[in-house]
Design a protein around this ligand. Structure first.
Ligand code: NAP
Length: 437
């Protein structure tokens, strides 16, 4: 390459760090042609060697902060994860005038507002394509490709582990705990799977997507988050009977009363493309007023898929640095001064159709007492499945699909039904989304 090389420093040599190093090396020629500059890995910060990723003669420091302080490093690539040391590292890099590329969704979702402000203050940028849906270029799509649209809503399968578990439950009729153990053995789920199965990881990603889509500051604490642990094989089967699949969705919608930000198990009509995204794959469906629905699908995690997104950010920055100026696409796509503090709708006011499952006595009058409670709350039943009682059993499962009802209304109706002597235990509830773009 003729122009000067752009010097980067990579911090963290784990899954994504080593993937990034390998992709930069393997595709160096094409990458430098696209970046219009060579990418020189000036320093790697790693507290130990990674036997899967020999570094050759690339300089290494055991102190990752040495990368943030190295005067020759122009772009620090943060791939250590977490929100403590990674935050300090990014702050130091920004303060030292370095651009930052990160794959760290927790850091961006929870501290993005302050880090973007710090970056602006120091005249540098933070790029984070890999933080949402791994290798899928969804950040660039929302920030640039869809810039002409008012985004009405988006819905995404943005946690591969959760999707793998639900796909296995459906395909093999297995229960949640059993599939989770297998996902851990296969390396899809962490030893502590809380972030994945309780929806926290998806909430991190959803809040980033919503801010990019609607032009609002990141509001991680406002996301409603419900995991998949309570979905049973029966729910998966009954959903099929009704023509639906259960997916763990992140949903963001822009309405007149406020923005909906929610992560929860969801019934989707089986004909929708999103209903057919299986295994560890991710997908995001975005509805723009001009373009209509667009769907982005691919690998949401893994060393090289994630590296693909990290390298895309590096190329963007290198291209700009070699041209002598960094084109400052605002961190959230909208001019910072024009971000709007849109109100987030309380969940009681969120309106969706519902799937309900309950155990009720199999005797005359029970069904009508249940349906009359729903109608008193303005909720009508769109579909009903009543199973025959098992031998010697007097109770039967009742499965219902309702029309659209506000959660607050549904809460009241369900509390009344749960208090009936003829109904035992809790009424299981899962929201339904039509996703008809
Ligand atoms: N894995 C994926 O598929 C994926 C997908 C999208 C985004 N991400 C994000 O990418 C980031 C990295 O994930 P990963 O999967 O590559 O993690 P990982 O395999 O655990 O690698 C993290 C690396 O950072 C190092 N590290 C952690 N804390 C450190 C500290 N305090 N000082 C120095 N080094 C430290 C670790 O060193 P040791 O080996 O010595 O512990 C390890 O080499 C995370 O933010 C993650 O959310 C990952």
């Amino acid at each position: 390459m003729t122009s000067q090389a752009v010097k980067i420093g990579i911090c963290g040599l784990g899954t994504v760090g080593s993937g990034t190093f390998k992709v930069l090396r393997r595709n160096a020629e094409a990458i430098s042609a696209r970046a219009q500059a060579d990418i020189d890995i000036a320093l790697v910060g790693a507290r130990r060697d990674n036997p899967d990723c020999p570094l050759g003669d690339t300089p290494v420091s055991r102190d990752i902060f040495a990368v943030a302080r190295d005067p020759q490093v122009q772009v620090l690539v943060e791939l250590i994860g977490g929100t403590t040391v990674a935050k300090e590292l990014v702050e130091e890099a920004l303060a030292n005038g370095k651009h930052v590329v990160t794959a760290n969704k927790a850091l961006i979702a929870e501290f993005g507002n302050e880090l973007f402000a710090l970056a602006e203050q120091h005249g540098v940028v933070i790029r984070y394509e890999a933080a949402v849906a791994g290798g899928i270029p969804i950040i660039k799509a929302l920030r640039e490709g869809l810039a002409g649209n008012r985004v009405e809503w988006l819905a995404g399968i943005i946690n591969g582990t959760g999707n793998f578990i639900l796909s296995e439950m459906r395909d093999k009729g297995r229960d949640f705990a059993e599939v989770l153990t297998e996902a851990q053995a296969l390396g899809y789920a962490e030893a502590d799977p809380t972030f994945d199965v309780e929806g926290i990881d998806a909430a991190h990603k959803l809040v980033i997507l919503a801010s990019l889509a609607f032009g609002m500051p990141l509001q991680f604490s406002s996301v409603y988050t419900e995991g998949i642990a309570r979905v049973t094989p029966d729910d998966v089967e009954y959903a099929e009977e009704l023509g639906y699949r259960i997916k763990h969705l992140g949903v963001a919608k822009q309405g007149d009363e406020g923005v909906e930000l929610r992560v929860h198990p969801t019934l989707i009509p089986e004909a929708r493309l999103l209903a057919n995204v299986n295994g560890v794959k991710n997908a995001v469906l975005v509805e723009g007023d001009a373009v209509g629905p667009t769907l982005y699908y691919g690998a949401g995690a893994g060393a090289e898929p994630t590296a693909s997104a990290v390298v895309a950010d590096i190329v963007d920055l290198a291209r700009e640095l070699s041209a002598g100026q960094v084109c400052r696409v605002p961190a959230l796509g909208f001019a910072t001064a024009r971000l709007k503090d849109l109100p987030v709708l309380p969940m009681e006011a969120v309106v969706t159709p519902w799937y309900l499952r309950m155990e009720a006595e199999d005797k005359p009058g029970v069904l009508s007492s249940i349906t009359s409670i729903f109608s008193e709350h303005g909720i009508s039943i769109e579909a009903l499945i009543q199973k025959a009682p098992a031998a010697g059993e007097t109770r039967v499962p009742l499965i219902m699909l309702t029309n659209a009802a506000a959660q607050g209304n549904m809460d009241e109706a369900v509390a009344t039904i749960e208090a009936l002597d003829s109904v035992s235990g809790e009424v299981a509830r899962i929201r339904v989304e039509d996703l008809d773009g």
